[in-house]
Design a binder for this molecule. Structure first.
Ligand code: HEC
Length: 161
């Protein structure tokens, strides 16, 4: 695509622009979870960056640990808990400390949260094909056990790499 056409497209695409621009710049395939990508750009990219690379000392990268979490039952629970209840307190991601507060996103429905996590796990994290996509029912299962962000951090200790 010619640069000017690409620019016009990006300008008109609103919340999708980050994903489109990134995909076009790298000649990458279209996202496998575009709906989740739109939710990510609208709600998460402000802290984690449009490609999930994180922001030093503010919000951790999401390009490797979430794909690791998605490969185990407790790790999948951890992902659901994090988006439902947030995360609070010092954590280490790829040898760097983050000590801030991730807000909760319980206001988003189970379908939207599952899609957002699948965008992170598969489109940003490139989880292997034997990892099953996160189902809305897995989000629903955690909605009934209400936690706070400190408890989500406690659970994380058992699943972080
Ligand atoms: C206001 C900034 C902010 C926004 C918005 C935000 N996050 Fe976070 N996120 C954080 C911070 C800060 C942490 C680390 C919390 C800590 O230090 O305990 C985090 C941690 C995480 C983790 C845990 C990573 C790990 O290794 O355990 C995941 C997963 C995550 N965020 C996903 C999301 C998703 C999905 C969204 C959008 C629905 C989102 N975040 C929106 C700031 C944010």
């Amino acid at each position: 695509m010619r640069p000017r056409a690409a620019l016009a497209l990006v300008a008109s695409a609103g919340a999708f622009s980050g994903v489109l621009a990134a995909a076009q710049a790298a000649d990458a395939p279209a996202p496998a979870h575009p709906q989740g990508g739109a939710t990510f750009q609208a709600n998460c990219a402000v802290c984690h960056g449009p490609a999930g690379a994180g922001v030093p000392a503010l919000a951790p990268p999401l390009v490797s640990y979430p794909a690791h979490y998605a490969a185990s039952i407790e790790g999948r629970r951890q992902l659901a808990m994090t988006v439902l209840y947030g995360l609070f307190g010092d954590i280490v991601v790829e040898d760097k400390h983050y000590d801030f507060r991730m807000p909760d996103f319980a206001r988003l429905d189970d379908v939207a949260l599952a899609a957002t996590l699948n965008f992170i796990v598969f489109d940003l994290g490139h989880a292997p094909a034997n990892v099953k996509p996160i189902e809305p029912a897995e989000i629903a299962a955690e909605r009934v056990h209400v936690l706070d962000g400190a408890a989500v951090r406690e659970h994380r200790k058992s699943v972080s790499p």
